[in-house]
Design a protein around this ligand. Sequence first.
Ligand SMILES: [Zn+2]
Length: 145
Amino acid sequence: MKKNFKVGKALLAVTFAVGLTSSVSLADVASAANSSCATYSDGHHMYLKGVVTSVTDYKTGKKLNNNEQWAYYKCSGDGEEFIAEGSPEFKNVIGKYYTGAAIKSVAYLNTGGVSLLQIQVDSSKVKSTTSNSIPGYHFYQPNQG
Ligand SMILES: [Zn+2]
């Protein structure tokens, strides 16, 4: 069983390497990561999109970010959203974070250049890590390809 899985992954890698469109199921690959991307086989490509000035619970309105600014990211493929206390695009510790399913609303405040955001989340779905990376997510600064 394990051997077959390895062969399957190798075939998949070859298929991508030669750039062919494939109907091979990605189920095995997806189950290996915390979160799968609908567009990219190696996970979400999260680009920094703005500074979050306000994180509140969508039910109670309680402020969750203690006046610190968080960072807002969006996947360039399937649009998955992500907010974090830290700055993983600079390899800094992520700290508290919310993934797309926990983000309930996003409001932009246009300030002439920098996007400031007010975000409502389901605070029962908060996650936290002392690492600067999360399996299935890649973080980039806004000016990277
Ligand atoms: Zn994605």
